[in-house]
Design a protein around this ligand. Structure first.
Ligand code: NAD
Length: 412
């Protein structure tokens, strides 16, 4: 049985041991520094009343204010929010971002809420959470929330405080101080990470075939980037099922189709496949861009890709990664591959605090430069420590920075 929190805690311990991180610092990192659980009462459109469970985990603030997304999902629980909070802490630290890691969660299905109910829920989340501003904890978007939701959260925050403070909430629309390039940042970063790995492996773009699980904000943008670079995107799936055409899918047409149909399944001119078959498609690059834990001990040996680029958070279990590495598959880990958005969130904060907004090319260049720097550093550390796992390299780099900050603050 897959246990997300257990997986990230095991990864934490493995990296701490490998990097010889101070035992007291590892003790501090063994759990979140602050956890808030609260309940949101809401009046529904039909006159009924409901109560929603909600959480905010500030996993660590050694490197700076905690920061990151708010997941709204019917399945979320405190363990998942905690696991994601730790992953964000590592992602920020591995990317030299002066922020701690946090995550929020609301147990609700945004698909069954009316627009008014969802807006009320987002506003009530901020009222109940009472975020203390950009120097303390900065919520952003995640699965189930988007720029529109973050606009409501920012407005609620500003209504409560009585002053404008765009840096208090990330991932908001550009008209309210959001950064250009924010929505595409993760998908674009996934492609940049792939391009570096492909170059290292001597893979030619035109010979590259790609299978992508998940066709949401990240998967659809990554698919477009692969398509525009001349790669053949041969299989795509989402929660409605999957499709495959070995001749290559027309990604722009697929995006139009999926926007209308609500799923990629049924796209004309392609065979239907299941999500399990998608992961086992014969291809050069596999991009899991949906949920955690999809590549595990049972199916890892059936993965036929040469390169796995983790767009989703934690799509590969520890056991699966070991199997993949033993069989010569290169794995670009989530904390590098999907870090495009955390780099743009850092730039969003810088722009908001300076009240000075940059053009899209400047943001795109900086995002790519910073992501590739953390990738190179993770490769370097993995090689120095004699391990194949780039994930371990990135986690060790992150823990070393957190260790330095904890010592510099005199905490331990
Ligand atoms: P999204 O909600 O826009 O899209 C998710 C996609 O995954 C959808 O196509 C959905 O149908 C599909 N999906 C959901 N459950 C599935 C299942 N069981 N099997 C197959 N497909 C399934 O989300 P997103 O923003 O694209 O995020 C995707 C992943 O990337 C998540 O793991 C998220 O945490 C991670 N991520 C996102 C960002 C970002 O900037 N959006 C940043 C870093 C990491």
């Amino acid at each position: 049985m897959y246990d997300f929190l257990d997986q990230v805690y095991r990864m934490l311990r493995a990296a701490g041991e490998l990097g010889e991180i101070d035992a007291a610092v590892m003790d501090l990192m063994a759990g979140p520094s602050r956890v808030l659980a609260f309940r949101i009462p809401l009046k529904m459109d039909d006159g009924s009343r409901q109560v929603f469970d909600a959480y905010r985990v500030r996993y660590s603030d050694a490197l700076g204010p905690s920061r990151d997304g708010t997941r709204v999902s019917p399945d979320i629980d405190i363990d998942e929010v905690t696991a994601l909070g730790l992953l964000m802490t590592i992602k920020h630290a591995a990317g030299h971002i002066p922020a701690g890691g946090g995550k929020g969660g609301v147990v609700a299905d945004p698909n069954v809420l009316s627009s008014r109910e969802f807006e009320s829920l987002c506003r009530a989340y901020v009222r109940c959470l009472r975020p203390a501003g950009p120097a303390y904890d900065v919520p952003g978007a995640d699965i189930g929330t988007d720029a529109r939701a973050m606009a409501w959260m920012l407005d609620e925050y500003e209504q409560i405080t009585g002053y404008h403070c765009p840096a208090a909430i990330n991932d908001k629309p550009a008209i309210l101080g959001g950064s250009l390039g924010g929505e595409e940042a993760t998908g674009r970063g996934v492609f940049d990470a792939f391009a570096k790995a492909a170059d290292d492996l001597g893979m030619a773009m035109l010979d590259t075939t790609v299978a992508i699980q998940g066709f949401g904000q990240v998967g659809s943008v990554a698919a477009t980037m692969f398509y525009e670079a001349g790669c053949r995107v041969i299989a795509v799936s989402d929660s409605g099922g999957g499709i495959r055409n070995d001749g290559g899918l027309n990604v722009p047409a697929l995006r139009t189709f999926a926007a209308d149909a609500g799923t990629v399944a049924g796209f004309p001119g392609a065979d239907r496949i299941t999500n399990a078959e998608l992961l086992e498609t014969a291809c050069t690059v596999l991009v899991p861009a949906a949920i955690q834990g999809v590549i595990h001990r049972e199916n890892a040996l059936r993965v036929k890709a040469r390169l796995l680029v983790e767009a989703a958070n934690a799509p590969t279990t520890i056991e699966a990664e070991e199997i993949l590495l033993q069989h010569g598959v290169t794995v670009v880990p989530d904390v590098i591959a999907n870090s495009g958005s955390v780099h743009v969130c850092q730039m969003e904060r810088s722009q908001d605090l300076y009240d000075n907004y940059w053009d899209a090319d400047t943001i795109d260049d900086l995002r790519r430069t910073r992501l590739l720097r953390s990738y190179r550093e993770a490769l370097h550390t993995a090689a120095n420590l004699g391990v194949e796992s780039v994930r371990l390299g990135a986690w060790v780099n992150a823990l070393r920075r957190i260790e330095e900050a904890v010592h510099a603050r005199g905490w331990l």
